[in-house]
Design a protein around this ligand. Structure first.
Ligand SMILES: Cc1cc2nc3c(=O)[nH]c(=O)nc-3n(C[C@H](O)[C@H](O)[C@H](O)COP(=O)(O)OP(=O)(O)OC[C@H]3O[C@@H](n4cnc5c(N)ncnc54)[C@H](O)[C@@H]3O)c2cc1C
Length: 474
C-alpha cells in the first residue's frame, strides 16, 4: 500500500448509463488523489444504457443538441463535440442520432479519466447486493467479488418494460415479444407480416423505426388505452414563454390543469407556440411536483399523466413527419382501448380489444405482438436482484407511488424506518416518484453535479489535509 492509498475514499457508482457515467466524470473532474471512483456496469460500454446503445440511425435524440451537454456548467459542450466528431454543420437546434450521444458520453468520461488525479476503475459486472458493514457499504457482485465503499450511488436507470399478460395468453407464446430493447429482440419478426405494438409512446415509435430500418413492409398497429401519440418538436426553437408558475399557484391537479389551459389560450391568442408554454414549466417541474400534496400527485398520475407525457416528451420533427406519412398512407394505425382476448396459433396472433370510445370489441390479426409500454417503474415488480435485496434488507424503500426509491432532498436513500442513509444515494430515473422530472439529460446532469459536490466535499478535506501534511499515513 503506498502512502496516499491509506487515505483513499472510495465511491462506488452502480450503473454506467448516462447517469452513472456523468456522475463519474463530474467526480473525476473535481477530485484529488485521495479519491477512488469505481463504476460498475453489467453491459459493454460506459455511458450507453438503454437510450444510447441503439445502433439504429433513425433513433434520434428527443432533445436539441444545445440542451444535451453532459457538463452542467458548460452547456455548449455537446454542440462543440458534435461539430468536431460527428458533423461540423450541426446547428444548436438539431436532433441527431442517439448512438452519437452514447459515443459523446463515453468520450466525456475518458477525458475526465485522463485529466484526473483521482483513481478510476471500470468494472463490467452486476451488483446484486449491498450490506452495511462497519459504517461502510459492502457491495457484492455477480462474479462473487465484494467491494467496500465509503459511499455508493445507485444509477440503475430504466428497467425493461413490464411483461404484460392478456386474457387468454399462455406463458410460452413465441409471437409475443415482452422486451423490444435487446439488440436482437426484433430479429424474428416477419418482415412482410403485420405487428401490434402495445403502447403508443416513444418506445413504440422507436420500435416502428427499428422495424422499418430492418426492411419491415407490413402494417404497424399501435394500441394504447388513450391512443395518444407523442407530439412533435418544431424544427426551430420557439420563443420562450414567460414563467407562469410560482409559489402562489394552485396546489391541485385540477388547478394546475386550469392554469396551463389558460396559458395555452393566451399563447394561441398571441400567436405563440403551445410548446413554449409546456417548456416554460420544465425548469420548475420538480418544484411543481413537490408542491402538490400526495393525493393531488396521485390524481395527476391517474388522470393527467398520459396527456402531460405526449406534450412534454415530444419527438424530433423528422420523426413527426415520418409518422404523419405512415398514418396518412395507412401503413400505421392507432387504436385506443384494452386487449380483452389474446389467442396465438402457428401463423400469428388474434387479438380483440374493447374500443375506448365506442366500447365495441374489435379484432386484429397480426404476426407478432410487441410490448412497448416503456420502462417499468413499479419497484415491487421489477426483476433486478440488487433492487430486491435493498428492499428486503430495508436499506431502501419505494417512494409513495412505487415509481422508484424514496430519497431525501440530497438523493440519500430513505430506509425502511424512514431514516436517510449516510452511505447510499440514488440518481436519475430511480428518483422519479420524488422529483417527477428525473429521467432526461438536462435534469440528470444537474442532479449529478449537485451530488458530486456533496460526495466530494469530504474527499476535498482529505486532499487538503494531505497537501498540508496534517495527516500521517495509517
Ligand atoms: C429509449 C430511450 C430514449 C431516450 N432518449 C432521450 C433523449 O433523447 N434525451 C434525453 O434527455 N433523455 C432521453 N431518455 C431518457 C433517459 O432516461 C436518460 O437520458 C438517461 O439515458 C438515463 O440514464 P441512466 O443511466 O439513469 O439509465 P440507463 O440508461 O437505463 O442506464 C442504467 C444502467 O445501469 C445498468 N445497471 C442496472 N442495474 C445494474 C446492476 N445491478 N449492476 C450493474 N449495472 C446495472 C444497466 O445495465 C444500464 O446500463 C431516453 C430514454 C429511453 C429509455
Amino acid at each position: 500500500m503506498n502512502e496516499s492509498s491509506a487515505f483513499l475514499s472510495r465511491l462506488v457508482i452502480i450503473g454506467g448509463g448516462f447517469s452513472g457515467a456523468c456522475l463519474a466524470a463530474t467526480l473525476l473532474r473535481r477530485c484529488g488523489p485521495s479519491m477512488s471512483v469505481v463504476l460498475i456496469e453489467r453491459e459493454g460500454y460506459p455511458g450507453r444504457g438503454v437510450a444510447y446503445s441503439t445502433e439504429c440511425s433513425g433513433h434520434l435524440l428527443n432533445v436539441r443538441v444545445q440542451n444535451m451537454s453532459a457538463i452542467a456548467d458548460d452547456p455548449q459542450h455537446f454542440l462543440r463535440w458534435a461539430r468536431l466528431h460527428y458533423d461540423r454543420r450541426i446547428e444548436p437546434h438539431d436532433y441527431i442520432p442517439r448512438r452519437v450521444f452514447g459515443r459523446y458520453v463515453e468520450s466525456v468520461l475518458n477525458e475526465a479519466c485522463e485529466a484526473t488525479a483521482a483513481r478510476f476503475e471500470w468494472k463490467q459486472d452486476e451488483a446484486i447486493a449491498v450490506a452495511r458493514t462497519a459504517g461502510k457499504a459492502e457491495i457484492t457482485l455477480r462474479s462473487g467479488e465484494r467491494i467496500v465503499a465509503d459511499k455508493a450511488v445507485l444509477a440503475l436507470g430504466n428497467f425493461p418494460p413490464a411483461s404484460l399478460r392478456f386474457p387468454g395468453q399462455t406463458r410460452t407464446g413465441a409471437r409475443y415479444i415482452s422486451n423490444p430493447w435487446p439488440a436482437r429482440a426484433l430479429h424474428d419478426v416477419n418482415l412482410s407480416g403485420n405487428v401490434l405494438l402495445v403502447g403508443s409512446g416513444l418506445t413504440s415509435i422507436d420500435v416502428g423505426i427499428s422495424l422499418r430500418e430492418r426492411g419491415f413492409k407490413g402494417k404497424i398497429h399501435l394500441l394504447s388505452r388513450h391512443g395518444l401519440l407523442p407530439q412533435q418538436h418544431r424544427s426551430k426553437a420557439s420563443e420562450p414563454w414567460q414563467v407562469f408558475w410560482d409559489h402562489t399557484s394552485p396546489r391541485t391537479a385540477r388547478g394546475l390543469l386550469r392554469l396551463i389551459r389558460s396559458q395555452l389560450r393566451r399563447a394561441e391568442y398571441e400567436h405563440a407556440d403551445w410548446r413554449s408554454v409546456i417548456d416554460s414549466l420544465r425548469p420548475d417541474a420538480q418544484k411543481v411536483w413537490r408542491s402538490l400534496p400526495v393525493q393531488e400527485q396521485r390524481r395527476f398520475l391517474r388522470h393527467l399523466r398520459p396527456y402531460w407525457d405526449v406534450h412534454r416528451h415530444r419527438v424530433a420533427p423528422q420523426i413527426g413527419t415520418m409518422l404523419a406519412a405512415d398514418l396518412g398512407e395507412g401503413t400505421m394505425e392507432i387504436h385506443a382501448g384494452r386487449i380483452v382476448e389474446y389467442a396465438e396459433d402457428r401463423e400469428g396472433v388474434s387479438v380483440s380489444y374493447r374500443d375506448r370510445h365506442s366500447a365495441e370489441i374489435r379484432p386484429l390479426r397480426v404476426h407478432h405482438v410487441i410490448s412497448c409500454t416503456g420502462p417499468d417503474s413499479d419497484v415491487w415488480r421489477i426483476d433486478n436482484p440488487l433492487l430486491k435485496n435493498l428492499l428486503q434488507e430495508g436499506l431502501g424503500r419505494p417512494d409513495v407511488f412505487s415509481l422508484g426509491l424514496d430519497t431525501a432532498e440530497d438523493g440519500a436513500l430513505i430506509d425502511a424506518y424512514g431514516v436517510p442513509s449516510d452511505l447510499l444515494y440514488a440518481l436519475g430515473p430511480l428518483r422519479k416518484g420524488n422529483l417527477w422530472e428525473s429521467t432526461a439529460v438536462p435534469e440528470i446532469r444537474a442532479q449529478a453535479a449537485e451530488l458530486a459536490l456533496q460526495l466530494v466535499s469530504n474527499a476535498r478535506e482529505l486532499d487538503n489535509a494531505l497537501t498540508l501534511g496534517n495527516l500521517s499515513p495509517v
